[in-house]
Design a protein around this ligand. Structure first.
Ligand SMILES: Cc1cc2nc3c(=O)[nH]c(=O)nc-3n(C[C@H](O)[C@H](O)[C@H](O)COP(=O)(O)O)c2cc1C
Length: 181
């Protein structure tokens, strides 16, 4: 049976976006893949927790795709974590519903890759900066797969972005074993 993938895109204005839209377009028409625009679904930021939890149960791999904003995710995705990953459902007593689920974080950054290292403009790697999200998902019994990053997203050419989009589509469909190699 084919794995079911849900991609949750958290971009405040996906229609005006270049990078995140390019990545999303690469997923068009893929069977068993649900692609969602979180900001469009929840313009007033009232997240339907029951619906979100039901969707999490239905999908095997969940991808969080977003532009890097101040070394973190845009705020509606943070609210999604706060609202949806509830005590007694996602963690704590009886909170085992996400056991066996796989999670992928996919980020676009304005800055170039060489800034994300010790001594670089941003001092730390993306893997280091993303640890709060990793800890959250692992705490909720999820399997945290290798992240996907498109650096230099603001200044990249269309050709670069479409190449990254192809790499993205492949990344999120690849098995854990292949990714970890
Ligand atoms: C509020 C805000 C904060 C940002 N913070 C960062 C940052 O911390 N690091 C970085 O590399 N880029 C940062 N950027 C640049 C965005 O990551 C970049 O514009 C985005 O990834 C491009 O994707 P898009 O074309 O889909 O909008 C920031 C942009 C905004 C608007």
């Amino acid at each position: 049976m084919k794995m079911k993938i849900m991609v949750i895109i958290a971009h405040p204005d996906l229609k005006q976006s270049r990078a995140n839209q390019a990545l999303a377009q690469a997923l068009n028409g893929q069977t068993d893949t649900l692609v969602r625009d979180l900001y469009q679904e929840y313009p007033n930021w009232t997240i339907d927790v029951q619906k979100e939890q039901q969707l999490l149960l239905e999908y095997d791999r969940i991808v969080f795709q977003f532009p890097f904003y101040w070394y973190s995710c845009p705020p509606l995705l943070k609210k999604w974590f706060d609202d949806v990953l509830t005590y007694g459902w996602a963690f704590g007593p009886g909170g085992e519903h996400l056991k066996g689920k796989e999670f992928v974080v996919a980020i676009t950054t304005g800055g170039p890759e060489n800034g994300y290292r010790s001594g670089g403009d941003n001092w730390f790697t993306i893997s280091e900066l993303i640890r709060p999200i990793q800890a959250t998902l692992v705490r909720c019994n999820g399997t945290f797969l290798p992240i996907f990053v498109t650096y230099n997203a603001s200044f990249g050419t269309d050709a670069y972005l479409s190449q990254e989009a192809r790499r993205y589509a492949e990344h999120i469909q690849t098995s854990l074993i292949t990714l970890a190699r």
